[in-house]
Design a protein around this ligand. Structure first.
Ligand SMILES: [Zn+2]
Ligand SMILES: [Zn+2]
Length: 326
């Protein structure tokens, strides 16, 4: 599991920083949170593969988080993509992409699902590709979970900003314990499909003998899953704390220094100190400051120092920074 910062600038890109985008590699899939302008270039520079199953999550409809998505999708259709893609975001996400089809001829010749999150009705509105304006499905949401699978779930929270904005959390399900192959061999179980079952903690019937891999010590007890939360743009919001509780990493916007607290409030953004207090309140292990204003091009370390006074395990996002989550 690897986290890659593809863009760490707020509003205006600078030489060192592209606009907001975060990638997460997990079990042969790529998760992308926000698609700032030209993020496809950073995507390629990061060495990420284009023809992989992908899930994209848009926090809100401000250009610096979204304008990179259509060019990325144009590239996908040129690339003869075959892997499936899902794109999640606020209402009107389909319309935004559909206009690119109508006017610019955007195509999706691969399995594509566009899923709008309707916070008011607590529904997910699912569109199949770009062909039909009529949604294929409307699904009632449960506990703000927008996607749930065997290995992870994705949850969102509505946060305080100047337009409808979501924060997202990637929550890994508890993992199987460590597998001890020698022990399985000692019990005479041959390397086969049975091993796979044992690795997943399943009780097996081996020639009439019932074997519980946890009790037998073939696998260790389950380990807690990892959790990564991404704030999007926001003014301090209780809903973010709730969403991000016990995160391994919180990636939090820090557009301004504490010296510009009033400006941050006015523009419904956060300061580095707000980010640090949020990380502390949610009991996060590590804080990554991102969405850095161009005004700090030469002295972004101010933001880091301010945050560290409150939350010591803080780092500053840099484009193409990679973090391996053990
Ligand atoms: Zn922004
Ligand atoms: Zn914004």
């Amino acid at each position: 599991m690897e986290l890659i910062i593809l863009g760490s600038a707020a509003a205006t890109p600078i030489k060192e920083r592209n606009l907001s985008s975060i990638a997460l590699r997990f079990r042969n899939q790529i998760f992308i949170f926000d698609c700032g302008e030209d993020f496809q270039r950073k995507f390629a520079e990061a060495g990420l593969k284009f023809n992989k199953p992908m899930k994209i999550f848009i926090t809100h409809f401000h250009g610096d988080h979204l304008l990179g998505l259509p060019p990325f999708l144009f590239r996908m259709s040129l690339n003869d993509r075959t892997a499936p893609m899902m794109i999640f975001g606020p209402r009107n996400l389909f319309l935004y992409l559909y206009l690119h089809k109508k006017i610019l001829g955007l195509k999706a010749n691969y399995p594509l699902k566009i899923i709008e999150i309707d916070h008011q009705t607590q529904e997910l509105i699912e569109f199949d590709g770009l062909d039909s304006e009529i949604p294929r499905n409307t699904i009632k949401m449960n506990d703000n979970i927008v996607l749930d699978s065997k290995y992870f779930s994705i949850k969102y929270a509505l946060v305080e900003h100047s337009v409808i904005t979501f924060a997202y959390a990637f929550i890994e399900k508890p993992r199987y314990g460590k597998f001890n192959p020698d022990h399985a061999r000692d019990l005479g179980i041959p390397e086969s499909n049975l091993w796979k079952k044992l690795q997943e903690g399943q009780i097996i019937d081996f020639n009439g003998q019932i074997i519980d891999p946890v009790k037998e010590g073939i696998v260790g007890p389950k380990r807690p899953g990892r959790k990564i939360t991404y704030s999007g743009d926001l003014a301090p919001s209780e809903s973010l704390i709730k969403l991000g509780i016990d995160s391994d990493i919180i990636i939090h916007e820090a557009t301004f220094s504490k010296r510009l607290t009033e400006t941050a409030k006015e523009k419904k953004h956060s300061t580095s100190v707000d980010a640090a207090y949020d990380a502390k309140k949610m009991g996060a292990k590590q804080l990554i400051l991102t969405h850095i204003s161009a005004r700090y091009q030469s002295d972004a370390l101010i933001l880091l120092e301010e945050a560290k006074e409150i939350f010591p395990n803080t780092i500053l996002a840099e484009d193409l920074l990679k973090i391996e989550l053990k």
